[in-house]
Design a protein around this ligand. Structure first.
Ligand code: PMV
Length: 326
């Protein structure tokens, strides 16, 4: 047997934002999402002398064993599923999770933790069993599939966009059930991501949209179609480097999301503040109701927009570049 007495593997995964198409993506329309590298979740797997699997998540003051975790616990689920996929029993390691991604805010914290744990376990197990592809670990598609299973615990009918963009760590044009499509960002652009500070579980917003869709399918199918057209047109502009045109599409997407009932006073206040300070466009990102909004900024407007967002109540603002060096 290999000596794995002091063996440790650490892997991290980025956050994400949805640029276009949230909610409509659950109903088969395209959406665009990009990784956000300024916030990350990391998973460390450390070998243990005893047989236990210990879950240590100091950020949420959690320390427990896998054996004692409930069947639907997200961390326990990703550990169990990954070990089952790799054909090994879960035993003899500690999983330590750290994350700077705010939870329930549209930045993909749950999916990032799942991706980091699955990828770290893949590498760890490949290494301690001296598998031939030890340095490679599991393919991104497998990691994305495993994380998707956990997304189902977070909200019943996930589209799969979060686990896909985070596992592949590149901009994606995502259509539910279709193979991942990446695309060229011809000219980098900059977004300010502002947090309303309101934790809003995606499950509730997704459920509310579903009830409204059931009550008026004709209206909601039309709203989803319009969102899908915006996502399609946005991809064309991004591929052409015609960034000036993107802002109008973002603000149009925000109006459609508000019509679906997933915006909020706090989000709208930040959207208005960003537009008032010169943003080319602004919208909520993710499930809505709270969480984060995004604004398209330029080098010239960036500072004024960040100040305006903080003044309008944003709890924090992250500036991130899409495409090019981040
Ligand atoms: O709130 P988030 O970042 O998990 O994004 C949810 C996106 C939705 O389209 C609302 C749901 C989904 O599964 O795609």
């Amino acid at each position: 047997m290999p000596d794995n007495s002091r063996f440790t593997v650490t892997v991290d995964a980025p956050g994400k934002i949805i640029l276009f198409g949230e909610h409509a993506v659950v109903y088969g329309r395209p959406a665009i999402a990009v990784p956000v590298i300024q916030v990350r979740a990391s998973a460390t797997i450390e070998s243990r002398a005893d047989d236990a699997v210990v879950i240590d998540a100091p950020d949420i003051a959690r320390m427990s064993t896998l054996r004692d975790a409930p069947a639907d616990d997200p961390l326990a689920t990703i550990i169990r599923l990954t070990c089952a996929r790799l054909g090994v029993p879960p035993e003899k390691f500690t999983v330590r999770i750290r994350s700077t991604i705010p939870v329930a805010s549209g930045l993909g914290s749950g999916a990032a933790v799942s991706v980091a744990v699955a990828r770290a376990l893949g590498k760890y197990i490949a290494s301690v069993t001296l598998a031939p592809h030890a340095s490679v670990g599991m393919p991104n598609a497998d990691i994305s599939d495993l994380a998707y299973e956990v997304e189902k615990l977070h909200h019943g009918t996930p589209s799969g966009i979060d686990n896909t963009v985070i596992a592949f760590e590149q901009p994606v044009y995502f259509v539910r059930g279709k193979p991942i499509e990446s695309f060229r960002v011809a000219k980098p652009f900059t977004l300010a991501i502002a947090d309303t500070g309101i934790a809003a579980p995606t499950k509730i917003a997704v459920g509310d949209v579903r009830s409204q869709w059931e009550a008026d399918r004709e209206l909601f199918e039309k709203l989803f179609d319009n969102v899908g057209t915006l996502a399609h047109n946005a991809r064309v502009l991004i591929e052409q480097g015609a960034i000036e045109g993107l802002g109008g599409l973002m603000t149009a997407n925000q109006i459609l999301l508000a019509t679906m009932g997933v915006s909020s006073l706090e989000i709208q206040r930040l959207v208005d503040a960003a537009l008032g300070a010169g943003a080319l466009g602004a919208k909520l990102s993710g499930g809505g109701r709270g969480g984060n909004m995004i604004a398209l900024v330029t080098e010239v407007t960036q500072d004024a927009i960040v100040r305006a967002l903080l003044k309008a109540g944003a709890k924090r603002v992250i500036v991130t570049m899409v495409g090019g060096r981040q």
